[in-house]
Ligand binder design. Structure first.
Ligand SMILES: C[S@@+](CC[C@H](N)C(=O)[O-])C[C@H]1O[C@@H](n2cnc3c(N)ncnc32)[C@H](O)[C@@H]1O
Length: 224
């Protein structure tokens, strides 16, 4: 379901770079459906790289999907004419670092389809600082995990508040049931953490307590 929701955000006819492709399921599924024109599957690690190669070969798509062993956006060349980049199933900080260190390879015309596993706040911060507007966001729950999908395109200066970076500017507006359930669960976690801190034998740094308390306050206000 997670990758199906990601797939739904890839524009029809895109030239897709799926970075951290692992098994290569996303570009292969999209190509089999005729939903994309071309794809690059990038992988930094040898075992998943071989796995992507195998998936592509077994589906007879060697001519349409190029599987490359490369770190982050180094998998992309200007002649690929990439129009969409997916970075899915990694921490938000990792996705941010891949985008940041590969900035020179971004033309600014690509749609970014991001599915961070946590670390959404620093990823949104990077998007804002680099002139990317968030066009669409969703939260979904699968196998007891809350996943977020963030779609962004470069659009010039954009400003989000600290709360918007934390919760997601569009999700704050839409308040979907999945979004509210995620934050209800998060609030309980934060409250449990604060209780543990209060009972801890060793003093927890005040800065850390204040940070969690601030997050709990923001979430309570959101859900009020
Ligand atoms: C958990 S898998 C996710 C696979 C797939 N994208 C998905 O969402 O199901 C993360 C993959 O990202 C790859 N990866 C991590 N850092 C990377 C980087 N800097 N460049 C390319 N691939 C990377 C890992 O080797 C791993 O195969």
């Amino acid at each position: 379901m997670r990758l199906e929701r990601v797939a739904a955000h890839v524009p029809a006819g895109a030239r897709l770079a799926d970075i951290g492709s692992d098994h290569g399921y996303l570009p292969v599924a999209l190509m089999r459906r005729g939903a994309i024109a071309a794809a690059v599957a990038g992988e930094v690690a040898l075992t998943p790289f071989r796995s992507a190669e195998r998936t592509v070969r077994e589906n007879g798509l060697d001519q349409r999907i190029s599987v490359r062993l490369a770190n982050g956006l180094a998998a992309i060349e200007p002649e690929d004419g990439i129009t969409a980049i997916s970075l899915c199933g990694m921490g938000g900080e990792t996705i941010r670092d891949i985008l940041d260190s590969g900035k020179a390879r971004l033309s600014g015309q690509e749609r970014l389809i991001l599915q961070p596993n946590g670390g959404e706040q620093p990823l949104r911060q990077w998007l804002m600082e680099n002139g990317y507007r968030i066009l669409c966001e969703e939260v979904l729950r699968e196998n007891r995990f809350d996943y977020e999908i963030i779609i962004a395109e470069r659009a010039g200066p954009v400003m989000y508040t600290a709360e918007e970076l934390y919760f997601g500017p569009l999700q704050m507006q839409a308040r979907s049931p999945a979004f509210l359930l995620k934050w209800q669960r998060r609030l309980r976690q934060k409250q449990r953490t604060l209780t543990h801190f209060a009972r801890a034998r060793q003093a927890v740094p005040e800065e850390k307590v204040q940070d969690i308390a601030r997050q709990a306050r923001w979430i309570s206000e959101l859900l009020a």
